[in-house]
Design a protein around this ligand. Structure first.
Ligand code: NAG
Ligand code: NAG
Ligand code: NAG
Ligand code: NAG
Ligand code: NAG
Ligand code: NAG
Ligand code: NAG
Ligand code: NAG
Ligand code: NAG
Ligand code: NAG
Length: 414
């Protein structure tokens, strides 16, 4: 009888040590690398130190389901990262004891859904990342209990839709990122319960339209990204940083409060400004169909302006009268003119970096445009003798010649 008991005891010890995963310590992080972790074994790590585990990183191994004992054994965990572990499913009791958890990173796996209540024990969680998975659905109550969550990252998944109630349990949400998914629409109530939302990323989805009142619950937005979608119309929502490049936008509406705006590679014919208080400082509108400087000409604090490849006619001074802070201006590859008179830029008294196709004259630029120190030209088809003479004229005025496109410097050995 005694013998049998000790055999069983020995078996238990063997079993136990089998399930103890090697953990290498680097700067306080317990890293369990390239190991198979079973959901049915108790989760224990072998480590050199007796100090409690607070940061745990599981990577490049195999763990289709996390063992529910992670947090019963290590309730002090602040950070848990699960990356490239072939994760397929998270059972409802995994995070029950995760009261101290602040960051949870679940990256590169095969999760297809997030179930109701999965994170309900994570009352102190601030950042949740479920990225590079195969998520195609999220239950309405999946984020229930995350009353302190500030950052939610769901990029690189297969989500086509997010129910408007999914984010309703996140009163402190500040940053929401759903880049690289398959969203076709966003509900106007999506962010109604997230009053402190500050940064929103919708890049690389399939959105055609965004509701006008999408950010009705927010007083102020820090950044708004919706690049690489199918948008046909867009507005800035007054975000300080706006990026809607690479869409099919025809009309773009600015309000007030923006500082940087990216609208390149669209079909914009017209910018609509709904306010006279235009706060934009950096405006990038290359590759559109703009025919005039309406709105742009009233951006009194503009420092960087780029309208490469648009349809404006040869400009006069008039649109630039208020643009006294512009330091960098790009206006080359214009379809309706190539040569421009230097003096049209003279109202831009801060201009130091000018990129055009060609100027009508290169002498006395140091008087007409005294701050210009870099001049970029599109000289691809120029006669090298001529280019050389322009280069010396610029040099004598301490202006550096650079090239917009092509490799003229080597073609013409300046
Ligand atoms: C854990 O470390 C021990 C001692 O270095 C080693 O013998 C064992 O193979 C390791 N186990 C795994 C799963 O890497
Ligand atoms: C063990 O803990 C001590 C004190 O925190 C630390 O100085 C030492 O580097 C740790 N050893 C390892 C291998 O992490
Ligand atoms: C995932 O882990 C496997 C096994 O360790 C490794 O071979 C592979 O390179 C890892 N993949 C990535 C994307 O890190
Ligand atoms: C998730 O919770 C919501 C609201 O309580 C409920 O309507 C829905 O059926 C639940 N989903 C699942 C898959 O249980
Ligand atoms: C763009 O604006 C013009 C004039 O304001 C309007 O006629 C047109 O319908 C708008 N197009 C889109 C796609 O919103
Ligand atoms: C202009 O907009 C800025 C930023 O939104 C704001 O701080 C400022 O008060 C506005 N000025 C006027 C005159 O409305
Ligand atoms: C322009 O900048 C000045 C100085 O920072 C600021 O006082 C003013 O409100 C700004 N005007 C607009 C329209 O952004
Ligand atoms: C210049 O314009 C042409 C025609 O509009 C376009 O195909 C080309 O990509 C543009 N190049 C640059 C550098 O913008
Ligand atoms: C190249 O330009 C120079 C100076 O403008 C001119 O004298 C010369 O004839 C041009 N050569 C050719 C081949 O066009
Ligand atoms: C402008 O450049 C010319 C040389 O092209 C030089 O002689 C002149 O002194 C410069 N003027 C000023 C104000 O820098």
């Amino acid at each position: 009888m005694k013998g049998i008991k000790s055999v069983i005891g020995l078996l238990l010890i063997l079993k136990f040590s089998e399930a103890a995963y090697n953990c290498s310590y680097q700067t306080g992080i317990c890293s369990v690398d390239k190991q198979s972790i079973s959901a049915s074994e108790p989760f224990v790590v072998n480590r050199e130190n007796a100090s409690s585990v607070t940061l745990l990183v599981l990577s490049d191994g195999y763990m289709p389901q996390p063992p529910p004992t992670i947090f019963t054994k290590y309730p002090e965990l602040n950070l848990l990262s699960i990356a490239n572990m072939s994760l397929q499913e998270i059972s409802s009791n995994v995070f029950t004891n995760a009261k101290k958890l602040i960051s949870l990173l679940i990256m590169r796996g095969q999760l297809t859904t997030l179930n109701n209540g999965t994170f309900s024990g994570c009352e102190n969680l601030q950042s949740l990342q479920v990225t590079n998975q195969k998520l195609s659905s999220i239950d309405i109550m999946a984020f229930q209990g995350l009353k302190n969550l500030q950052n939610l990252y769901l990029s690189n998944n297969q989500l086509t839709f997010i129910h408007p109630l999914v984010l309703a349990t996140l009163p402190k949400l500040m940053n929401f990122n759903i880049d690289y998914n398959l969203l076709t629409e966003i509900d106007s109530q999506q962010f109604i319960s997230n009053p402190v939302l500050y940064g929103v990323n919708f890049n690389s989805n399939q959105l055609k339209i965004l509701p006008n009142n999408l950010f009705q619950a927010q007083k102020f937005l820090g950044s708004f990204y919706a690049a690489d979608n199918q948008l046909i119309t867009a507005q800035s929502f007054g975000a300080s940083y706006v990026d809607v490049k690479n869409n099919k936008i025809r009309n773009f509406t600015l309000s007030s409060g923006e500082s940087t705006v990216h609208i390149q590679n669209n079909l914009i014919r017209k910018i609509i400004c709904s306010s006279t208080n235009l706060t934009v400082q950096r405006f990038y509108a290359d590759n559109n169909f703009l025919t005039n400087f309406l709105c742009i000409r009233d951006m009194v604090n503009l420092t960087d302006l780029s309208v490469v490849n648009n349809k404006m006619p040869r400009p006069t001074k008039t649109p630039f009268l208020k643009l006294t802070k512009v330091r960098a201006f790009q206006m080359y590859n214009m379809t309706r003119f190539s040569t421009v008179l230097p003096k049209v830029f003279s109202p831009m008294v801060s201009l130091s970096n000018l990129r055009v196709d060609r100027l009508a004259a290169y002498k006395n630029l140091n008087i007409t445009l005294p701050k210009v120190s870099i001049l970029a030209l599109t000289t691809t088809t120029w006669n090298c003798t001529y280019l050389s003479s322009v280069n010396s004229i610029l040099k004598s005025q301490r202006i550096i010649l650079v090239f917009n496109i092509g490799s003229d410097r080597s073609r013409c050995t300046l």
